[in-house]
Design a protein around this ligand. Structure first.
Ligand SMILES: [Zn+2]
Length: 655
């Protein structure tokens, strides 16, 4: 059973750049007319024509309740437990179809409720991460959901083995889920203990990673991460800076890596009990429903190393060359302004993108208030009971606030148009992150309007983040793949060595190589959401493939995107790609072609920025010349007037 709501990322790379270690609890383009049209102020193509109807949501009922009126009230499992008992009794009797179906519907509603309550608690917990009660409820609700999911699985399995098979099979209306419940086996005592232990280990990671780590140097001075940016001693001594940085990284690694080793042992045991060779294989298949294997992905790692790693320095250099630091600090920015600006350009992509946005704003289903107690992350969740998606984000008051809202709205729009229930919902991050990153790609068109004179800087940052997603998505997945598949119990130095080796293969071998060997512990997903990271790479590759299409035919790219969003998350990644013009990244030549198209776009942005600069220079020169001419003209007129007074031919009198 999937009892997950949709979830999302915030780009891990940008967060790292922000300096914080974040804890992300997951349960969860452009025919660019890069020509002198710039000078006319119309850089890109004009608003587009209205497309055919993409969404047909006639049966969908989104609650009219405002977000402020949705609050955590707790969950009483008695009604669900009674229903499960009744259902098991009913299937021993004849002619109980209606009653069995009614029980099934109650189960659906009850599961929606418990998962919604858990989500509502998570939202208040992420707003106040030090609140002990919310933290406690978070743990309790996670355990409760796991337990109830097991009980529901137990009962549905019994009913499917009874004469009422058809009732459940028709109601589920999903072959994968049907197979899942047909083969469902109750969790054994060992499995329950493993699940509880895993939960405790993840919490231990959450708590340990948020403590203050220290490094004491040979002179006895104790350093913390905050001092890296503030201590004057480090500002003048680069070697000392590296020593302290490495010392702090090692301190974090020393405490966090052993927790990971315990998690790996725990998860591999769970996988073996479920009939898998290791947890990586289990997670690909059972958690994420991927239609490619841990073996097949090896070829993507290889092609990314061969094609994306070599273009990264150029993407990076162009990003640095065009970077405008004003985008990093926009203190005047408000949530309302970001929402208003994003709303302005949605209908220009496709008018059908506005419905979900209007629902979101009119019901205030977004939490983007800045707060010191808020967890530094962004995600979109689905509140099943209300059939309402909600966005959570702690804004930074910089350009990234736009990126996050645009990204999250990609998730939001898809969730809004794909009705679902906790019982039958799917987790397919490979597809979900195309919805979000694809939206970011389509918004690149409006970058100059959103960020006056800084559009190309913002474009390159989006592009850099996406290319980073491809590379780091593969890096962290290959790392986990190797760790879970290791033929012996690894030690912490071995873990660090594996990561260090891989990091250098993915282009990160530089002066920070030592720290890199330690730094993998900072990516919370490795602990909290194992084997999730590859979805960043696969989806970013497909989003960049959308960028390939946009460069030649924007409308075709928009149609492709809209079509993608009509699918729920139950269609596997590769199967979905076949339905669209996007290419299969597992086929020979695709990754290499996407990399070349990405570089082509980067070069266009660079060219565009240069043209913009030339234009601004020429305009300034023109302004100076016009001003000079005006000044000269005024002087001439004044002199003329003065001379006229002295003109003997026009003088009234002879002095
Ligand atoms: Zn996302």
């Amino acid at each position: 059973m999937i009892l997950h709501s949709i979830f999302c990322k915030i780009h891990p790379f940008s967060k790292k750049a922000g300096g914080g270690i974040t804890s992300n609890r997951l349960w969860s383009v452009i025919t660019i007319c890069l020509t002198l049209t710039l000078c006319t102020g119309i850089l890109f193509s004009m608003p587009l024509t209205v497309q055919a109807e993409w969404y047909t949501d006639s049966e969908m009922v989104h609650s009219d309740t405002s977000y402020e009126d949705m609050s955590y009230t707790g969950y009483d499992a008695n009604h669900l437990l009674d229903t499960l008992e009744t259902m098991e009794t009913l299937c021993q009797k004849s002619n109980q179809q209606d009653a069995i179906l009614s029980c099934y519907q109650t189960i659906v509603e009850e599961l929606d409720q418990v998962v919604t309550q858990r989500s509502l608690n998570s939202l208040r917990y992420y707003n106040d991460v030090n609140h002990e009660e919310y933290q406690q409820v978070d743990t309790e609700m996670s355990l409760l959901v796991t337990d109830l999911a097991d009980r529901v699985g137990h009962t549905l399995h019994i009913v499917l083995e009874s004469p009422y098979y058809d009732v459940i099979a028709n109601a589920l209306n999903n072959e994968d889920l049907l197979e899942y419940y047909l083969n469902y086996e109750d969790m054994t005592e060992e499995e329950k203990q493993l699940a509880e232990q895993e939960n405790r280990l993840v919490q231990k990671y959450d708590q340990t990673s948020s403590t203050t780590f220290t490094y004491t140097d040979s002179a006895g001075k104790t350093w913390t991460a905050d001092m890296l940016d503030t201590d004057p001693e480090l500002a003048e001594d680069y070697e000392k800076y590296i020593e302290v940085n490495d010392g702090l990284a090692k301190a974090r690694n020393d405490l966090l890596a052993p927790i990971y080793l315990d998690l790996v042992a725990n998860r591999n045991r769970q996988a073996v009990l479920d009939g898998f060779a290791n947890y990586a294989e289990y997670a690909y298949s059972e958690i994420y429903g991927r239609d490619y294997s841990t073996e097949e992905i090896q070829n993507v790692y290889k092609t990314v190393k061969e094609n994306f790693v070599p273009i990264m320095p150029e993407i990076y250099n162009t990003t640095i060359e065009l970077i405008d630091y004003d985008l990093m600090d926009m203190p005047e920015l408000t949530d309302d302004k970001v929402v208003e600006d994003v709303a302005k350009y949605l209908p220009k992509i496709d008018p059908e993108l506005t419905e979900a946005f209007e629902y979101m704003t009119s019901h205030h289903l977004y939490d983007m208030d800045a707060s010191d107690t808020k967890m530094d992350m962004g995600y979109t969740d689905y509140l099943y009971t209300y059939q309402a998606p909600v966005i959570f984000y702690n804004p930074n008051r910089n350009y990234y606030d736009y990126s996050v809202l645009i990204h999250e709205y990609g998730h939001y729009n898809n969730a809004y148009h794909n009705n679902k229930h906790a019982l039958t919902d799917a987790v397919n991050m490979d597809v979900a992150e195309i919805h979000s990153q694809g939206m970011e790609i389509l918004f690149l068109e409006y970058s100059d309007k959103l960020f006056h004179k800084k559009g190309d800087s913002a474009r390159m940052m989006v592009l850099y983040n996406m290319v980073s997603s491809v590379i780091e998505g593969c890096l962290y997945d290959e790392f986990q793949n190797q760790v879970y598949a290791a033929d012996h119990a690894l030690s912490v130095p071995e873990l660090n060595q594996i990561f260090s080796q891989l990091a250098s293969e993915y282009g990160y071998a530089d002066a920070y190589a030592t720290t890199l060997g330690y730094s993998w512990v900072d990516v919370s997903h490795t602990f909290q959401s194992p084997m999730y990271y590859i979805s960043y790479a696969t989806s970013a590759l497909s989003a960049l493939d959308l960028l390939s299409i946009v460069q030649d035919d924007r409308q075709k790219a928009i149609d492709c995107y809209m079509e993608l969003t009509t699918y729920g998350l139950d269609t596997p990644y590769r199967e979905l790609l076949v339905e669209t013009p996007l290419r299969d990244i597992f086929e020979k030549g695709t990754v290499s072609s996407i990399a070349q198209d990405t570089l082509r776009y980067s070069n266009k942005v660079k060219e565009h920025a240069e043209l913009a600069q030339t234009y601004r220079f020429l305009r300034n020169v023109s302004l100076v010349i016009v001003t000079l001419i005006a000044v000269i003209a005024i002087i001439v007129i004044l002199v003329e007037k003065k001379l006229a007074k002295r003109d003997p031919d026009t003088a009234d009198t002879i002095e």
